[in-house]
Design a protein around this ligand. Structure first.
Ligand code: FAD
Length: 514
């Protein structure tokens, strides 16, 4: 009874601020917001869904939430795969109305955008001015937002050259979840006389507090992002390995990094099984299909001058085609509809559409993603460990659902010595399977954490699994809680993540011995 009246009171006060069009407690709205792209989770209904348009409105909502002690979860595009942007009860903050581009500064190479803007909308505007954020966002970039990218420390297209989304962030304007709804700016913008042209040097790096935090430390409303001149020359080539041998992958990737250097915009490896699945599913098959012998390298090069890109391409061919380890590959060899440009004129559409087509080889099941980063020298070992885990634990997978390993050896290379192993498990999207699936999902993440992996989107399932594995020391957990308490004294923002349920809760209850 008490809960109902406090939610009702909060609703009324929020309605006074936002107007009735941008707050809802209707069932059809709650149902619409009850999931992300993560069918492994049951649906969860928030009490109130709000759509603020400005930082000030977010601050007012936070004050009301504190007054009534109602928890909050921020949400961007809802393209999360790990239970991050849904809320059981409480207030769900849909930030997609905060989608303005406030400034594009081509002289000082930064832009200011609302955190609810999608990658697709932002990049389309930037491209008109000949600039780019470098990173082109995740595979879900037509609907995923910058706020989600910063909170999930998203890896995306061109991450080989530009790193993770936080790496292009110069600062944020965020609302702290405290009773005052404090608005802070970080980076150079914490100097109220400065523009947000750089990240470091004015104060400690408080931007980092909000990066990869999966919405636990504050509500990011504006982002200050780095810009780069958009290199007018880009080219992509594919090479298929003669054998399914990941030790070769490491050698070639290492050589590419060393010898092509700055020209290397994106380097990915697509697993053999993907081509087998794709070629089995395509409508327009080529009359004769060459044997699929191994994974395929996708190499994207960029340069400011045609002559430079020619040199990069020559070097790439020299590395890739030496000793017949790989051969050039065209997607039309398995699918006549897959016409991807081979000159420098490819567009955003190509990136996002291509990724959607690729990911849709997965049947309509629950996807339990296990994407993680490993040190590049441990690539082969980590891929083998992943495969062995599936074999050793096959009895614990949902009945009739053997591990669905399509992504298990899809790689994205990052700057320095690390790379992403994209992965996932599959199961039927049914209530009976949910618990078994969650258990094996968490177990797989714990296994990865123990071989030294670092994940990126942490949401609920991954962040909890890291805690369960015992990766965090007691000192680290205390530090984390103390930092959160400083910004969120009533513990209202994104509960459950990292197995945090209150500041008194003992996380050691969740440790699991595998
Ligand atoms: C087809 C497909 C492909 C994908 N490819 C990739 C990929 O290549 N790389 C990758 O990293 N991810 C990928 N993802 C996962 C996901 O889409 C991305 O991580 C994306 O960046 C999430 O953005 P979003 O706006 O949808 O965030 P949401 O799902 O809305 O939120 C993600 C998390 O961030 C928090 N959050 C969101 N906005 C804010 C804010 N303004 N302030 C504070 N917290 C906030 C939420 O609480 C939640 O924990 C993919 C998903 C799909 C469905």
């Amino acid at each position: 009874m008490l809960k109902i009246s406090k939610v009702k009171n909060a609703y009324k006060e929020i309605e006074d601020i936002l107007g009735s069009d941008f707050v809802s407690d209707k069932d059809f709205m709650k149902a619409a917001y009850s999931r992300n792209v993560d069918p492994a989770f049951p649906d969860r209904w928030a009490d109130i869904i709000v759509k603020p348009e400005s930082t000030e409105e977010v601050s007012e909502i936070v004050k009301i939430a504190n007054k009534y002690k109602i928890h909050m979860v921020p949400r961007g595009g809802g393209a999360d795969l790990v239970g991050g942007s849904v809320s059981e009860g409480g207030i769900l903050l849909d930030l997609t109305r905060m989608n303005q581009i406030h400034e594009i500064n081509v002289d000082d190479y930064y832009c200011i955008v609302g955190c609810g803007i999608t990658w697709g909308s932002m990049l389309s505007e930037l491209q008109k001015k000949g600039v780019t954020t470098g990173i082109l966002g995740p595979g879900s970039g037509y609907s995923a937002t910058i706020g989600g990218g910063l909170s999930n420390a998203t890896v995306g297209f061109s991450s080989t050259k530009y790193g993770l989304t936080p790496d292009i962030c110069l600062g944020v304007e965020a609302v702290l979840p405290n009773p005052e709804g404090t608005i802070v700016r970080t980076g150079a913008a914490s100097n109220q006389y400065a523009t947000p042209f750089c990240r470091y040097g004015v104060s400690p790096d408080f931007t980092g507090l909000f990066m990869g935090d999966v919405g636990t430390m504050g509500i990011k409303c504006k982002a200050f992002l780095r810009l780069f001149p958009d290199p007018p020359y880009k080219v992509r080539r594919y090479y298929m390995l003669a054998k399914d041998d990941y030790s070769q992958v490491f050698k070639l990737a290492h050589k590419m990094r060393k010898e092509v250097g700055d020209g290397l915009n994106d380097l990915m490896v697509w697993p053999t099984i993907l081509f087998n699945l794709l070629s089995a599913q395509v409508v327009n098959k080529p009359s004769k299909r060459p044997k699929i012998t191994g994974p395929v390298f996708s190499v994207t090069l960029d340069a400011t001058d045609q002559r430079i890109i020619d040199v990069y391409l020559e070097k790439t061919n020299e590395i890739m085609l030496k000793d017949d380890v790989t051969r050039p590959f065209e997607w039309q060899e398995i699918d006549l509809d897959m016409v991807l440009s081979t000159d420098w004129k490819f567009t955003l559409k190509e990136e996002f559409n291509f990724f959607q087509k690729y990911i849709s080889t997965a049947p309509p099941k629950s996807s339990m993603t296990t994407c993680h980063k490993v040190a590049i020298s441990r690539l082969n070992e980590s891929v083998q460990k992943g495969v062995q885990f599936n074999i050793n634990n096959s009895k614990e997978f949902p009945p009739k659902n053997p591990p669905y390993p399509v992504f298990a050896s899809f790689l994205m290379f990052l700057p320095n010595g690390n790379c992403v192993i994209v992965g996932g498990l599959g199961g039927d999207n049914t209530d009976e399977n949910r618990e078994i699936q969650m258990n094996i999902w968490h177990k797989k993440i714990r296994h990865q954490v123990k071989y030294g992996a670092a994940h990126y989107w942490l949401g609920e399932s991954i962040s909890q699994s890291i805690v369960e594995s015992g990766a965090y020391t007691p000192e680290f957990m205390q530090f984390f809680k103390d930092m959160k308490k400083a910004v969120d004294p009533n513990f209202l923002l994104s509960p459950n993540k990292f197995h945090m349920y209150s500041y008194d809760h003992d996380y050691t209850e969740h440790l699991v011995e595998d």
